[in-house]
Design a protein around this ligand. Structure first.
Ligand code: ACM
Ligand code: ZN
Length: 788
């Protein structure tokens, strides 16, 4: 078995080479027109490519024709797509034909009996013909995308397609991407461009998050205020935890005509548009338009800042359900999809608990607080059940975020699991369909490059290409017969920090490619480096098509190891394809004349690393990192209390790794966060090291619970057991909110010789009385400890 597989892969390795050689000889003898080979190894990778080396390649040139069936609109459209893609990539303008009389022909056939997977296709490349067989038109469309992605991205005269048989089909039926158009609004033309790139990567669901606190974006004829008032906000917060606003009114919405146009555009590309009308929370824009639908009846205003809000739809008022019934009637007519997404996430219950109508409803329903579910959660469950019923009556099913599990799941609901995968596992275990979209791996409003100070500002956290690629939608916890309930996965694009469509493209790409392959291929077929190599080639097409896309994964990858015995940092540089890397350590700009990387770089003094990759004669963006050595750097360090799990990352070494915390985000690994406990770090300095100062930074973000520590204490020791205090200082007390910033602490004391130093930041007792979360634990968030 093993031998057969090895032999097969050896033959598969040789065949394309032979084929390429044949093409080369063929053209070397016949003409000198520009000929480039097609490369079927695209993203997502086709399931099986069997090269036919004994056969000549199919040569596509201007005399090639694309066959379509006369008077068959769908056939004509598929042929037109292919022709436009070939023109766009390779600059060859092909004519369509209804006669099979050309020398070389590309044609498609639909045969529903070919496979049980509706998206299956088979591509047979022979010297005079490329034949696409699809189980359905979508299968043919994916074959066309594979051909498109295999084309050279340059103008040529001939494209040589190696003779081969490709068979392909996806693992999952829901391959989704969302876009939040409430926090920021994008034109209908951009939505089409977004759909185009989804199609390029064989995605089949566009989840359109049309409503939220900060703007209602879909025209509803019966409720004109939703767009007249609800689509406009007076201004926008300048940051996540800020009370500063830009003073500029902002708004926009899609007319029903625009929506129909987008839905049809998507349908032609085999993409279903699922609308989301987010209720009962995230509804400030509704309440501003129709205040009578809220518990307090207002006044309300469309959200100007980010986060979640207490004002939600009243669950005790029947006119709310009449309103929703009307809205969903119009929505159901606009969107042919089987599903309507009703949100259901992050609904605060404070207003319901204080509202006479909601309380009367709780009483009438006989709701009692249980250990498992609060009264508010059960009222939410009632709300969602009732909405499900009215949507089911319109012949549609609901999808809801995993909060709709709280208080009891609606009978026919599909769950979109975002707060991790637990909600999805729970629902799938009870027979519900599930779409996995955990924020840990699939939220694209997180950074994709570790160099966060040089990236567009985001919500925080680090979800790089490899992390998205590593995701498996099927949790190990599920039994075999429950796994079929996982319909697939989805990346979510929340847009608080994406004011322009260019920002959206950059955050989407290339991570969309990683999800596309994750949903298409089986886990055992995936190989990250191989994927990056293919994605790099596809990035040329993305560039050509005018999509911003992040290039971080194709540049220098950096890994640091710390030898605390030798007090050295070992820096390993790599690239996905072993392309040459050139570097400097003195901060000068590297060139191809700089040191060529061949083995890990060991540093034991301050260094300013700059490195670049040269690939196909093209230089990458320069990687840059400052390592600053002080008397604590790369020394053994112990923490008395461990950081909070969310903010542990690489642990204690982070505090002596020679690298300052990033200013843009404390959530990507360069800061450690201690929750409600003292930060006590003991560093072994070595033999009688003289010290006279300690410097460190605290990240202050009062709204996020990151406050000043109570005091700083510095102690020294010769044996690491008995410590002597050399400095103790109280730190400022915060009595109102501050904008997030990095606060530098520098404490000096009389020079002392010591083998060990211990730094203690004392935790405050809890968030102060003036804080919204008074009494809750506060964070001490710190970066490098600098000892001099
Ligand atoms: C969500 O991210 N609130 C679904
Ligand atoms: Zn109420």
């Amino acid at each position: 078995m093993k031998f057969t597989r090895t032999l097969k892969s050896f033959v598969n390795f040789l065949l394309p080479l032979t084929s390429i050689l044949c093409t080369f000889l063929f053209y070397a003898c016949t003409n000198d027109n520009k000929t480039v080979n097609a490369n079927y190894e695209v993203v997502p990778l086709p399931r099986q490519i069997i090269y036919q080396a004994e056969s000549n390649p199919f040569v596509l040139n201007k005399s090639t024709r694309i066959f379509y069936i006369e008077n068959d609109g769908q056939s004509h459209q598929l042929a037109s797509f292919l022709a436009s893609y070939i023109n766009e990539c390779a600059g060859i303008n092909l004519q369509l034909t209804t006669k099979k009389d050309a020398e070389s022909i590309i044609e498609f056939q639909i045969d529903t009996t070919l496979n049980t997977n509706p998206d299956y296709y088979k591509l047979s490349v022979t010297p005079h013909n490329i034949l696409i067989n699809g189980v359905s038109a979508s299968g043919v469309f994916y074959a066309i995308q594979t051909l498109r992605k295999s084309l050279p991205v340059e103008s040529v005269n001939n494209v040589s397609f190696p003779a081969a048989v490709i068979e392909d089909y996806p693992q999952f039926s829901h391959r989704g991407v969302s876009l939040d158009v409430s926090r920021h609004f994008y034109s209908a033309d951009f939505i089409k461009k977004y759909i185009d790139v989804l199609a390029l990567f064989n995605m089949n669901v566009f989840h359109w998050h049309l409503t939220d606190d900060q703007g209602w974006r879909i025209e509803i004829k019966k409720y004109p205020n939703l767009t007249k008032i609800g689509s406009q906000r007076s201004e926008t917060a300048t940051d996540r935890h800020s009370e500063e606003y830009d003073g500029k009114s902002y708004g926009g919405f899609y007319t029903q005509e625009e929506i129909k146009d987008v839905v049809e555009y998507a349908r032609q590309r085999y993409i279903t548009v699922i609308p989301e009308i987010d209720i009962p929370g995230h509804t400030l824009a509704v309440l501003a338009s129709y205040p009578e639908l809220g518990c307090t009846r207002g006044p309300y205003q469309v959200g100007r800042g980010w986060g979640i809000f207490e004002d939600v739809l009243c669950a005790g008022n029947d006119s709310v359900f009449t309103f929703l019934d009307d809205v969903f009637t119009e929505v159901a007519e606009l969107f042919p999809a089987k599903y309507i997404h009703i949100g259901g996430d992050e609904c605060l219950k404070n207003r319901w608990m204080a509202c006479p109508k909601c309380q009367a409803r709780i009483k009438a329903l006989g709701i009692r607080e249980t250990k498992a579910h609060s009264a508010g959660e059960q009222l939410q469950s009632y709300f969602i059940h009732r909405v499900e019923e009215l949507i089911n009556k319109k012949g549609k099913s609901i999808i809801g975020w995993d909060e709709i599990l709280e208080g009891g799941i609606a009978p026919n609901a599909t769950i979109m699991s975002w707060r991790g995968t637990d909600g999805g596992i729970y629902a799938a275990g009870r027979g519900h369909d599930v779409i996995m979209t955990p924020e840990s791996h699939l939220y694209l409003d997180y950074y994709q490059s570790p160099d966060v100070d040089n990236e567009p500002y985001t919500f925080g956290w680090l979800t790089d290409l490899e992390k998205v690629y590593s995701f498996d939608p099927i949790p190990v916890e599920l039994e075999k017969d429950q796994q079929k309930n996982i319909l697939g996965g989805q990346v979510n694009v929340w847009t608080e920090y994406m004011p322009t469509s260019k920002n959206v493209e950059y955050m989407l790409l290339p991570r969309l490619g990683a999800l596309a392959e994750t949903l298409w291929s089986y886990p055992q077929e995936k190989d990250y480096n191989n994927f990056v190599a293919r994605m790099y080639r596809q990035s040329l097409l993305l560039d050509k098509l005018g999509y911003e896309n992040c290039k971080q994964a194709y540049g220098v990858q950096v890994k640091c190891d710390y030898d605390t015995e030798k007090n050295e940092i070992k820096i390993t540089l790599s690239t996905f394809d072993n392309a040459p890397i050139y570097y400097t350590l003195d901060g000068t700009v590297p060139t191809e004349k700089s040191l060529k990387y061949s083995e890990p770089i060991i540093i034991s003094k301050s260094s300013n690393l700059k490195a670049l990759v040269v690939r196909d004669g093209i230089q990458s963006k320069i990687y840059s990192k400052e390592f600053s050595f002080n008397k604590a750097t790369a020394k053994p360090i112990e923490l008395k209390n461990q950081p909070d799990k969310k903010y542990t990352f690489n642990g204690a070494i982070t505090l002596v790794d020679g690298q300052k915390g990033y200013k843009s985000s404390y959530r990507t690994g360069s800061w450690l966060g201690f929750l409600g406990e003292d930060m006590v770090a003991t560093i072994k300095l070595g033999d009688q090291v003289s010290v006279s100062s300690v410097k460190l930074n605290q990240f202050i973000n009062s709204r996020g619970g990151l406050l000043f520590a109570k005091s700083i204490k510095i102690e020294v020791s010769d044996d690491g057991k008995t410590f002597k205090e050399v400095h103790h200082m109280g730190l400022p007390v915060l009595n109102c909110h501050l904008k997030p910033y990095t606060w530098e602490i520098k404490e000096t004391f009389d020079t002392v010789k010591a083998n060990y130093i211990r730094v203690t930041l004392k935790a405050i007792e809890g968030l102060p009385a003036w804080h919204e979360k008074a009494g809750a634990k506060a964070y001490i968030m710190i970066d490098e400890i600098v000892v001099e």
